[in-house]
Design a protein around this ligand. Sequence first.
Ligand SMILES: [Zn+2]
Length: 147
Amino acid sequence: MKSYEYEAVTYDAAAYCVECLPEGVDAESDEVSPIFADAEVDAAVVCDACGATHDYMNIRRLSFPHVDEVTRALANVRKVIEGECDVRLQVYEDGAWAIRYGLSDYDQDHRGYWGASSIDADTSDEALRHTAIDLIDEAEEQYSAAS
Ligand SMILES: [Zn+2]
């Protein structure tokens, strides 16, 4: 699609396919805003009338933490554990993230996307980095499957 083309519009706080606009409302009228192909949106647009999904525009992807950041967070966990310990990466819808460790029974907050693995007090820096990559991959896969 060209950047100025569109198949969906917003009208009266709802989204519609051009063909699904209520009777008497025209896509060209002032109250109707086209969603152009080069628009940036948070999610695909669903038509209020027919339920069709429009994903021709640029949909912002959730950004996942960088492997260096996650490796650093894991290194901090490594400092405080004895023996083997479960670690989890939690990535929220807004891109914020946290490393959880210890028994998953204690995780109060289940939102977002997760990766799970384990490290121990003797895990090398390199192995820690691999763990970080695995955690990010797993959370990303969960995100792709959900969206
Ligand atoms: Zn429609």
